[in-house]
Design a protein around this ligand. Structure first.
Ligand SMILES: Cc1cc2nc3c(=O)[nH]c(=O)nc-3n(C[C@H](O)[C@H](O)[C@H](O)COP(=O)(O)OP(=O)(O)OC[C@H]3O[C@@H](n4cnc5c(N)ncnc54)[C@H](O)[C@@H]3O)c2cc1C
Length: 506
């Protein structure tokens, strides 16, 4: 992927900076602020703290900066100048009212209100670092809150954000150490006194009165996935494994931080023999005109849910064995080739992208013995191919096709534009599986992003931001406020940095 290459280029600059300052095997450093994690929130925190005059050390576990943010595309904002440019009038109050109910009151509405109110100024601040935005809506279920990032040098989207902030960090004198994960916090008299970190060869003891944990969640830690989310990590997994093992969460809890509930931002997808990521068949796993069935052969959701990827992912994850099938016919494959996808995969595969190779890819996968792609000339044949009871699948088809003829889905209330009878020509089925973009939560903070203890008192000097934070989301994510995660990462990173620097002056 282009963005990966470009992040690597950024990394080369940062590695050089890191190497310049490290020669012995054991290093004793000091800083005003240590930021743990050079992703969406950590980059914002490091740059903001340095901009305000602090001496900043930025630690990154991987050999390149970026984390999940390097793969993301846009940030949430409301009442922004980019929305004004499109004559779009959603207000902070409308967003707050929607989210308050959507969250089932499982978050801190005042924390979220602060984020909503400051989302547009946060985008303005990000833009001062050379980042361009365009407000974009990519599905009928969204509002126009997704501020997709334009080009910066030779990067775009999240990689451009990381590249631009990495350039600013370097200019502002942030000392960045790649391939150097933080291992533990140094605590003294109940307050943060620094961090211990280690690269493959060297160890670091960094004295600092402020540490900002920005490690992006625990999606690549099977034990935490089981205990905090209750999912089988072999069945519900990261869409892009990034070595995010919940280090920030574990450090915060070890320091006496309070826990919150955690969740994950799921989306539909597929994998298996003969299926390439983002191929035509992969994109079919997101399409709303398909018929979705579970491993009993029963329909389980309105397929237009794929316009709200997180809810679609939840629906699939809730089925037996956390999986299902997306079924379509020759007529639908032809329509996709001619008219293109009804919904894109973010802006990487935009809506209306023509999918001419669906059947070619399906036939090749089937010829290779794929367990994730099947086809048949009849419903009975398909039932046998995907291993569901033929009588149940026939009944499901009959009810669905009746609903499609009447343009009324009394079972799941699917939007009628995407309700089409199935059975013209051959039938195809692609495995549906749930994946997550990132996990959310685990650590409780106050509204200044300070980690709080079991008595809700801030632990002096300890901050958590971005995906570490639990009390800003309810039990799931909504694309109604698209970009909410990345926007929150930038906002919370900036706020933590401002409060950390303020504390230096006390
Ligand atoms: C394909 C994809 C597309 C997405 N698109 C969007 C989108 O368009 N809009 C949106 O709102 N969200 C999107 N997301 C989610 C988005 O990536 C996250 O919201 C955002 O990156 C979270 O920021 P963060 O700083 O918390 O974590 P990250 O950006 O993941 O950064 C965490 C960093 O911490 C590092 N780290 C971990 N442990 C340690 C340690 N011990 N020491 C040092 N460093 C450590 C990691 O290596 C990583 O670099 C997308 C995610 C994916 C995977």
């Amino acid at each position: 992927m282009n963005r990966r290459k470009l992040v690597m280029a950024t990394a080369a600059v940062l590695v050089a900076a890191a190497c310049g300052s490290a020669s012995a095997a054991e290093h004793a450093l000091s800083a005003d602020v240590v930021v743990v994690g050079a992703g969406g929130s950590g980059m914002a925190a490091a740059v903001r703290a340095a901009e305000l005059g602090a001496k900043v050390v930025l630690l990154e576990k991987n050999g390149v900066p970026g984390g999940g943010a390097a793969f993301a595309e846009g940030l949430f904002g409301v009442e922004s100048r980019w929305q004004r440019a499109k004559n779009y009038g959603l207000s902070v109050e409308e967003s707050a009212a929607f989210l308050q109910r959507f969250d089932h009151y499982k978050s801190d509405p005042k924390l979220r209100r602060l984020y909503l109110e400051q989302s547009a100024p946060t985008l303005d601040w990000v833009a001062t670092h050379g980042i361009k935005f365009e407000a974009i809506q990519v599905s009928p279920s969204e509002t126009l809150t997704w501020h997709v990032i334009g080009k910066y040098k030779d990067d775009q989207h999240g990689a451009a954000y990381i590249h631009a902030l990495a350039d600013s960090a370097a200019k502002l004198g942030v000392k960045t150490y790649l391939g150097t994960p933080a291992k533990s916090l140094i605590m003294k008299d109940g307050r943060v006194a620094g961090v211990k970190a280690a690269s493959a060869t060297d160890t670091y003891t960094i004295k600092a009165p402020n540490v900002i944990l920005a490690t992006g969640g625990f999606g690549d830690n099977p034990k935490l996935v089981r205990s905090l989310l209750g999912y089988d990590p072999a069945r519900v997994k990261s869409s892009v494994p990034l070595n995010k093992t919940g280090d920030g969460y574990q450090m915060a809890i070890a320091a006496g931080g309070a826990k919150t509930a955690a969740t994950a931002v799921l989306h539909p997808g597929t994998e298996g023999k003969g299926i390439k990521f983002l191929s035509n068949l992969y994109v079919m796993s997101w399409q709303p005109a398909n018929l979705w069935v579970n491993d009993h052969g029963e329909r389980f959701a309105p397929e237009t849910l794929s316009f709200e990827f997180a809810l679609a992912g939840n629906a699939i994850a809730s089925q037996w064995k956390n999986e299902g099938w997306a079924i379509f016919d020759d007529a639908e494959a032809e329509r996709m080739a001619k008219d293109g996808a009804d919904v894109g995969v973010g802006v990487i595969i935009p809506t209306e992208t023509k999918l001419p190779d669906i059947r070619k890819e399906a036939n090749a996968a089937i010829a290779a013995g794929s367990d994730a792609v099947k086809s048949a000339d009849s419903v009975e044949g398909l039932a046998s191919a995907i291993g569901v009871p033929a009588a149940t699948l026939k009944a499901t088809f009959a009810t669905y096709n009746k609903a499609a003829e009447m343009k009324y889905d009394g079972e799941f209330f699917k939007m009628k534009q995407w309700l089409r009878p199935l059975g013209k020509g051959k039938l195809y089925a692609v495995r549906l599986r749930p994946y997550w973009f990132c996990t959310l939560g685990g650590v409780r903070t106050d509204r200044g992003m300070r980690v709080v203890d079991s008595e809700d008192r801030p632990i002096p000097g300890l901050y958590a931001v971005g995906a570490e934070v639990g009390n800003v989301y309810g039990d799931t994510y909504t694309t109604w406020t698209s970009g909410h995660l990345f926007g929150f990462s930038a906002w919370s990173g900036k706020v933590a940095a401002e409060n950390a620097v303020k504390s230096l002056k006390k």
